[in-house]
Design a protein around this ligand. Structure first.
Ligand code: TRP
Length: 337
């Protein structure tokens, strides 16, 4: 399989994006990352990587859920509209070159640089493995292995992309220019809050999974935090502090404007407002849920996508690794020089 399978004439630059396999996704993942990837897949060579080795840094002891989490996440990627004809969708551990480049990159970075990174410093009391320290080096390898120009990430990943760029530069100056210097692609992400008004996250159990039924979605919305001063029907509310109103702005763009005034006057109660949102959210998610149900019934289709994706990714990765080995004078058999 060659890269041409995922190329169109207008594609020039490469994007690598990665996500840890957390299992099935929620609307925060959909709005925060996936929709952005889906928009990008038409214009870039796109490599979408399920980073299972990164997931091991936190959950190496208990791996029995890993396969299921990889599968569920792949299902949600496909159901949401990532198209295997437009991008390579694959599992990191199925392209061994990630491990090889990680090892070579580990020579180009000092331990203090890694221990200073906030992502390490914040967790080092509970997570002090050699593997966790190297997390950003593995991430740099993920990115550089495809010579990605751009990496769509959230602001929390800014330092990791900076590190990838730094390692790429070091390699280029130490040996010879092999790598492009990757840049982060920050996009404006709509703020999605969970039922308890914190960031939506599976670990807080405040989320709305894509796989929820319409009834489960309604039920979760009923538990949503709103304006704490709007207790009874008729009380005036403040849409600007309400997480339900934030969701209306995404899922009810036509009605969001119409909802604010009656909320402020107290005419519109929270339950009615939530049920309007439930109807719109369920309508928006219906096609994703239908595709999801279908994919779950045909697991082989999903595994086949991941196999083909790994072949495409490996193709590009091997090409870059050949250049890396020859720049380092480690292409022992090929070159007579
Ligand atoms: N560290 C990223 C996160 O937690 C996941 C990740 C691993 C990644 N490798 C990557 C993201 C490469 C972008 C590119 O979100």
């Amino acid at each position: 399989m060659t890269d041409s399978a995922i190329a169109t004439p207008k594609k020039k630059e490469t994007i690598l994006s990665g996500m840890q396999p957390t299992g099935s996704l929620h609307i925060g993942n959909l709005e925060g990352a996936l929709k952005n990837w889906i928009r990008l897949q038409d214009d870039y060579w796109m490599f979408c990587c399920i980073v299972d080795w990164h997931a091991l840094t936190a959950s190496w002891k208990d791996t029995k859920e890993l396969k299921n989490r990889v599968f569920e996440m792949a299902v949600d990627w496909l159901a949401s509209g990532l198209d295997p004809d437009k991008c390579a969708i694959f599992i990191q551990s199925e392209v061994k070159e990630h491990a090889e480049l990680h090892l070579l990159f580990s020579m180009l970075i000092t331990v203090p640089t890694l221990t200073r990174l906030p992502t390490y410093a914040e967790k080092k009391e509970s997570l002090d493995s050699y593997g966790f320290l190297g997390y950003p080096v593995l991430q740099a390898a993920d990115i550089c292995l495809y010579n990605a120009n751009k990496v769509p990430v959230g602001k929390d990943q800014e330092k990791h992309i900076w590190l990838a760029k730094d390692i790429a530069q070091r390699f280029n100056t130490t040996y010879r220019k092999v790598f492009v210097e990757p840049e982060a692609l920050f996009t404006t992400i709509p703020l999605i809050l969970g039922a308890d008004k914190r960031k939506m996250s599976k670990s807080y159990d405040n989320h709305i999974p894509l796989e929820y039924t319409e009834k489960q979605t309604e039920k979760r919305l009923r538990t949503y935090f709103t304006d704490p001063d709007k207790l009874r029907q008729g009380d005036p509310g403040r849409p600007e502090i309400c997480p339900v109103y934030l969701l209306h702005q995404i899922y009810s763009p036509d009605h969001a404007e119409a909802i604010a005034p009656p909320c402020r006057t107290g005419e519109l109660g929270c339950v009615d407002c939530k049920m309007k949102l439930a109807a719109n959210l369920n309508a928006a998610l219906a096609p994703i849920r239908d595709r999801r149900a279908d994919l779950v019934k045909h697991p082989d289709t999903v595994w086949d996508v991941l196999t083909t994706g790994a072949e495409r990714a490996r193709n590009r990765a091997q090409n870059v690794m050949d250049k890396v080995r020859s720049a380092m004078k480690m292409a022992y058999r090929k070159s007579k020089k």
